[in-house]
Design a protein around this ligand. Structure first.
Ligand code: C5P
Length: 231
């Protein structure tokens, strides 16, 4: 008797977009996901949600085991409406604005340094990979979460430009921001994200580095789409 082997179907393609805060990752990844009709993973939001949940449940930011447990049981939901990719719910309550505060950004980078938290969020991130494809935005998408991504981009921009973008973003959302504080916060966060032992911020060896300083969003998106077409 001959057996017919059914070839395993190829996993959905991933476009991994990594880089430091303010490099334009979020805006560019969301636009690309919309244009390609692909799913979108905002992995930073998961670390922000853990930080917010810790604050709400009184878990200390140095309690690695407590934070790991919180991350493992995180009751989070992302909007499936492509027109509102930023809408996020924690335990049923919309927390989109609270997630973007500077306090939450700083606390997120602290909890993200803990291997317990990263391990607890690993499968949750991989579960976003579905047909027809996924645009994954973060710090370790190409290095740890999706090492087989079809295309890996590492976005950068000068620290000054990144602080300016963050300032504008926060002001547009009606949030309070001071330029000097932002420059300092961004430098501190970059240092912590790059120096940590667990999944530090660094380009994958096969990533394409793109410096977006002075580039329009449209130009960056077009460049990435052109790279993707060549794959
Ligand atoms: O990208 P975003 O600024 O929302 O990320 C918030 C924080 O979460 C980052 O400063 C970083 O410390 C952490 N992060 C991470 N790994 C990711 C995404 C975000 O460590 N893949």
């Amino acid at each position: 008797m001959t057996q017919t082997r059914v070839p395993p179907s190829a996993p959905a393609p991933v476009l991994a977009i990594d880089g430091p805060s303010g490099s334009g990752k979020g805006t560019i990844s969301q636009l690309l996901a919309q244009r390609l009709g692909w799913h979108y993973l905002d992995s930073g939001a998961l670390y922000r949600l853990v930080a917010l949940a810790a604050l709400q449940h009184g878990v200390a930011l140095d309690d690695a085991a407590g934070l790991g447990a919180l991350a493992a049981g995180l009751d989070a939901r992302f909007s499936s409406d492509p027109a509102q990719p930023d809408k996020v719910y924690l335990e049923g309550v919309e927390v989109s604005a609270a997630l973007r505060s500077e306090q939450c950004s700083n606390n997120a980078s602290r909890v993200a340094a803990l291997p317990e938290v990263r391990a607890a969020l690993l499968q949750r991130q991989r579960a976003f990979r579905k047909a027809p494809g996924l645009v994954a935005d973060g710090r370790d998408m190409g290095t740890v979460i999706f090492p087989d991504a079809a295309l890996k981009i590492f976005l950068t921009a000068t620290p000054e430009e990144r602080a300016c973008r963050r300032y504008k973003q926060l002001k547009d959302k009606g949030l309070d921001a001071k330029m000097n504080d932002l420059v300092k916060d961004i430098a501190e966060r970059d240092a912590r994200d790059s120096a940590r032992a667990a999944a530090p911020l660094k380009p994958a060896p096969d990533a394409v580095a793109l410096d977006t300083t002075g580039m329009s969003i449209e130009a960056v998106v077009e460049r990435i789409q052109a790279l993707l077409r060549k794959k």
